[in-house]
Design a protein around this ligand. Structure first.
Ligand SMILES: O=C(O)[C@H](O)[C@@H](O)[C@H](O)[C@H](O)COP(=O)(O)O
Length: 321
């Protein structure tokens, strides 16, 4: 097992077609200076699959340990040499879940963020997925939206429509954009009312654990400051625990007016894919996946779904692990 742990590494001279490796974290490793104990602890904490990347830096990741993991949750970290490979894997992951939920419950509720995530979904609109996915089962929501007209360049709806939704046959009635004629507060209330209706009619599941809506899959990005959705570091909205959808008028990332799902909704999800690329996010990724204290510094560290959390990282975002 010590050999396996020492293979968890990154290199700038990786073979071009090398496959990603996955780390399934089932329990936090015990970090110890005793090398024998450390090796045993790490082996019990990580399940390594598709291991093809072998250099020296991984042992430093392993020896620091990952201590942010909730023992009851399943967290997977997957690192890709290129964003292109990440996009391929993300498409397969999404398509597999689409198939699973379409078969199991006759619909697939998918939540997307804005930002670079939409570009990372591009493989879904290509073969084989564009033809094999049952798009009629999809119901699409936004984890956050900027309160601007739907044809505005800042609109997350427009971003997703142009890059993704316009290229697949999802019924237009299954795409839940905000009412852009309302204020931020009004749009948030309206969106929550819409979600309540869809929970009532069974399109969206309800968590028996939290009582909040339980989406099948959330595909979300993370900002360089560690924000997810429109939940920003230090903002009081991080603590919202009643509302399903809330609003912000002082977003530090423009535009200032937005609506956002709250953490209880995000964390009721069955699956969350956190898609993070670029060296500018490496420090936050490092803190989120290697922190040794219990305090949550970044909003992304509050992402802890009932189901599976999977990090999709490119090698730049993972460069400090
Ligand atoms: O509307 C938004 O601003 C987004 O939903 C936001 O949460 C985004 O996902 C992150 O800021 C990451 O964006 P990038 O991937 O472009 O850095």
């Amino acid at each position: 097992m010590a050999k396996a742990a020492s293979s968890l590494t990154f290199s700038t001279s990786l073979p071009k077609l090398c496959r990603p490796f996955s780390i399934s974290i089932t329990q936090p490793p015990q970090v110890s200076l005793n090398s024998k104990k450390l090796s045993c602890s790490i082996s019990s904490a990580f399940k390594i699959s598709r291991r093809t990347v072998t250099t020296t830096k991984a042992s430093s990741m392993a020896s620091s340990g990952i201590t942010t993991v909730d023992q009851n949750n399943r967290k997977v970290v997957e690192v890709f040499v290129t964003e292109e490979e990440l996009a391929v894997s993300l498409a397969k992951y999404t398509a597999d879940l689409s198939d699973k939920f379409a078969k199991e419950r006759g619909s697939f509720t998918v939540v997307v963020s804005g930002g670079s995530l939409i570009k990372s979904l591009r493989k879904l609109v290509e073969a084989p997925y564009v033809d094999s996915i049952d798009w009629s089962k999809w119901h699409v929501f936004w984890v956050d939206e900027r309160v601007v007209p739907k044809d505005h360049p800042d609109s997350n709806y427009k971003l997703a429509f142009d890059g993704f939704l316009s290229k697949v046959p999802i019924p237009s009635g299954n795409v839940y954009a905000i009412n852009d004629a309302l204020s931020a507060e009004g749009a948030a209330d309206d969106y929550e009312t819409c979600l309540k209706h869809l929970v009532h009619t069974g399109v969206i599941n309800k968590s028996s654990v939290s009582g909040f809506p339980k989406f099948d899959l959330m595909l979300v990005g993370m900002g360089p400051d560690g924000h997810v959705a429109s939940l920003f570091p230090g903002h009081p909205l991080l603590k919202e625990n009643q509302k399903w959808v809330t609003h912000i008028t002082d977003s530090p990332k423009p535009p200032p007016g937005r609506i956002t799902f709250t953490f209880p909704v995000i964390n009721s999800s069955s699956y969350i894919a956190l898609v993070v690329c670029g060296a500018g996010k490496a420090s936050v990724v490092q803190t989120a996946l290697r922190k040794s204290q219990n305090s949550d510094v970044f909003p992304v560290q509050m992402v802890s779904p009932e189901g599976e959390l999977k990090w999709f990282l490119d090698k730049d975002a993972a460069s400090k692990l």
